[in-house]
Design a protein around this ligand. Structure first.
Ligand code: SAH
Ligand code: TMP
Ligand code: ZN
Length: 407
């Protein structure tokens, strides 16, 4: 039996997505035979209400010198992180003497570059060396290590405590969350603030966006679980602000207990979570049924299009698409290729189902009849960009919140 990473309570899986590969490991054919698989099965802790996966591959298997996700590929996310940075610069950092900002999971420097531009003392913690190198080239101080309590102590020794600790789409990646939370509580100044955002459990359940669940996302947080996790280390949730990014996220703002006023939003959001049934096991039984329904409908649609000889191409070789393709068993017989703008994914094959990944230009050169929108979380940006596909009578297939053809 596996125990909860937060509270030690026994975990039971409520469903399984089956054998899964590493979501961001795009392969060459010679690597097909040695591909690593694990069982992707989520669980919900009935004691501390933390949603987590039972088994997670080791961090070194996922985050290394060849990590395929570069944050800055999305222009919308560039804008989002610029706004995020300026909100911090213009509020919390105002009036502080030589403030120090730390980011956990800083990737290619998409957020910290704005602090650098302002001459602000900063440090990015980014274990994936290839993406951290991009940040370093742009003048963003980056340390290629895994954040945990030991690293927090080293940072304090070398740089002192932090005024602000930031993180986006990274906190939910780190299995030893107790070590991270303890590290943050040490690293933060008594009047310091922790702000992080991650995909939100409430959105995942309501939209049946089960593709948020993959190896890297060991947790899908809610305000209820975040508040419990950090309370153990003397930090309290002082605000929670919903975000539209990544298909529905939540920004959590925390500070040492009693150091800041608590916004009424916190109670509102926690009450809403209770109303939605997030703390109830039945919610996850229903989620499981919804996932199965979504899988069967999507596969039926793709099989129908295949039988009718239609050309279908995937749009965006996202990490999330690894869960969808492997769970639904969508392969090269359904999808000719997946178009992606990330150079290190191109010319390779998707994890598990081995669908070819090709440069974006191959999509525009010869539009297919249907494009399966794997990057559904960037739908707005993509629809705005792809007007020519629409004029060519191309149709989008989406599967969140429902399997649907968008004409
Ligand atoms: N913040 C960026 C990157 C998200 S991807 C964005 O929102 O776009 C998650 C990042 O977390 C990866 O770059 C990964 O290398 C990093 N990461 C994983 N484990 C980590 C750890 N223990 N400490 C710091 N960063 C970590
Ligand atoms: P993400 O959903 O994890 O942010 O990954 C997005 C992936 O989709 C990334 O590999 C880049 C790719 N992508 C495109 O190919 N075209 C686009 O217009 C966008 C926004 C993303
Ligand atoms: Zn627990």
């Amino acid at each position: 039996m596996i125990s909860c990473r937060v509270c030690g309570n026994q975990l039971e899986k409520f469903m399984s997505f089956g054998k899964m590969p590493i979501a961001n490991r795009f392969l060459l054919p010679k690597q097909f035979d040695s591909e690593y698989f694990f069982e992707l099965a989520p669980a919900f802790c009935k004691s501390c209400f933390t949603f987590q996966i039972i088994e997670q591959p080791s961090p070194e298997k996922m985050f290394h010198n060849n990590y395929a996700f570069y944050s800055s590929t999305s222009r919308y996310m560039q804008l989002h992180f610029k706004e995020f940075a300026y909100e911090v610069i213009n509020s919390i950092l105002m009036g502080r003497d030589e403030p120090f900002v730390v980011e956990i999971g800083s990737n290619d420097g998409i957020m910290l570059r704005h602090f650098k531009d302002k001459g602000c003392r900063h440090l990015g913690i980014e274990p994936s060396e290839n993406v951290a190198d991009v940040a370093r080239k742009n003048g963003v101080n980056s340390l290629s290590k895994f954040f945990d309590v030991d690293l927090a102590e080293q940072i304090i020794e070398e740089y002192g405590q932090a005024d602000v600790i930031l993180s986006a789409n990274a906190m939910c990646h780190i299995s030893d969350i107790n070590s991270v939370a303890r590290g943050i509580s040490l690293l933060l100044k008594p009047k310091g603030v922790l702000i992080f955002e991650d995909p939100y459990l409430g959105d995942m359940i309501s939209k049946v966006s089960y593709d948020q669940i993959y190896d890297e996302h060991v947790f899908i947080f809610s305000a209820t679980s975040v508040s419990r996790i950090f309370q153990q280390y003397g930090l309290e949730l002082i605000n929670a602000i919903p975000q539209i990014t990544h298909g529905g996220s939540m920004r959590y703002i925390l500070a040492p207990i009693g150091s800041h006023l608590v916004s009424p939003n916190v109670k509102k959001i926690i009450d809403k979570e209770i109303e939605q049934g997030l703390p109830l096991p039945d919610t996850y039984e229903k989620f499981k049924e919804n996932c199965e329904k979504s899988r069967d409908t999507l596969l039926e649609l793709l099989n129908r299009l295949k039988d009718r000889g239609k050309r279908v191409v995937g749009y965006g070789a996202t990490s999330k698409s690894t869960t969808v393709t492997n769970y639904c068993k969508i392969g090269p017989e359904h999808i000719e290729f997946i178009s992606d703008t990330t150079p290190i994914k191109q010319g390779r094959f998707t994890p598990g189902m081995h669908i070819p990944v090709r440069p974006y230009e191959e999509f525009t050169k010869n539009f297919p009849e249907y494009a399966l929108l794997f990057a559904w979380n960037h739908a707005q940006e993509i629809f705005e960009k792809e007007v020519k596909f629409k004029y060519a009578k191309g149709k989008w297939i989406s599967y969140v919140p429902n399997v649907d053809i968008i004409e």
